[in-house]
Write a protein that binds this ligand. Structure first.
Ligand code: NAD
Length: 251
């Protein structure tokens, strides 16, 4: 049974794997046997050290995913590591907080371009390879704001709601080619993305009080969901947005 989750011999591309949730996911996939390609705007040295300590190969690709310009080169570099690309985790993302009355167009575009447009076109580039090589696994990082509106983050809510939409749309089109497209919706996790909330004396206790598990998530809390959706164990799972949220949405 455990062999269903074994990623030995697989190559996984994880965007934004230098820190936070992307790093946690990269380490989980490596622990399950995958070699890892990190793509992001910042060096992923710490992730490299930890992946190699697990005995896996690691490649760091510099790419600014605020535009679609690098996506083909990123996929080509990932394929170049082992001659194949089996898993893509679209994790890189940004958040800009402002009252909706004050949001400016540059911030709106930055969030939508990074969190949505690049995810679509990176998935497209990867799926063209996967479709020719027997299939693969695409895992998008969605959010609670794929289901809810959030507060003072309208572009982020729009981008993550659209991630749920393209997860289902791409799953419908690519399932027949052996490509599983699914998403993980993390709850409130302790990363740079939520730093402003965690020091807010009003928001932090309000958020914590609403989480049935009674704590913020840590990147390692995504390990099980990530390995499941990247492995043969999820071969008949398509278009799902899986919350990993300490029970937030159940409340
Ligand atoms: P983070 O800020 O620590 O990590 C974001 C990652 O994205 C970093 O590696 C960063 O370098 C990368 N990135 C940002 N802009 C980029 C660009 N233009 N090009 C390339 N890489 C870029 O935050 P995180 O919480 O680890 O966020 C990871 C993902 O999880 C994001 O998509 C975020 O929206 C999502 N998410 C986070 C939470 C949470 O509570 N932390 C909850 C739900 C969803």
């Amino acid at each position: 049974m455990l062999d269903l989750f074994n990623l030995a011999g697989r190559t996984a591309l994880v965007t934004g794997a230098n820190t936070g949730l992307g790093q946690g996911i990269a380490l989980a996939l490596a622990a399950a046997g995958a070699d890892v390609v990190a793509a992001g705007r910042s060096p992923a040295d710490d992730t490299a050290t930890q992946v190699r300590a697990l005995g896996r190969r690691f490649l760091d690709v510099r790419a600014d995913l605020s535009s679609t310009a690098p996506v083909r080169d990123v996929v080509a570099a990932a394929v170049g590591l082992n001659g194949r690309l089996d898993i893509v985790v679209n994790n890189a993302g940004i958040i800009r907080r402002a009252d909706s009355l004050d949001v400016d167009e540059a911030d709106w575009d930055a969030v939508i371009d990074t969190n949505l447009k690049s995810v679509f076109f990176l998935s497209q580039a990867a799926a063209r390879h996967m479709a020719r090589h027997g299939g693969g696994k695409i895992v998008n990082i969605a959010s609670l704001l794929s289901f809810q509106g959030g507060v003072r983050v309208p572009a982020y809510a729009a981008s993550k709601s659209a991630i749920a939409g393209i997860t289902r749309a791409l799953a419908n089109e690519w399932a027949a080619q052996g490509i599983n497209v699914n998403a993980i919706a993390p709850g409130y996790f302790d990363t740079n993305n939520t730093a402003a909330l965690r020091v807010d004396p009003v928001r932090e206790p309000a958020i914590l009080a609403r989480i049935p598990a009674g704590r913020w998530g840590q990147p390692a809390d995504l390990a099980g969901a990530a390995v499941f959706l990247a492995s043969r164990a999820s071969d008949y799972v398509h278009g799902v947005v899986l919350p990993v949220d300490g029970g937030w949405l159940a409340r």
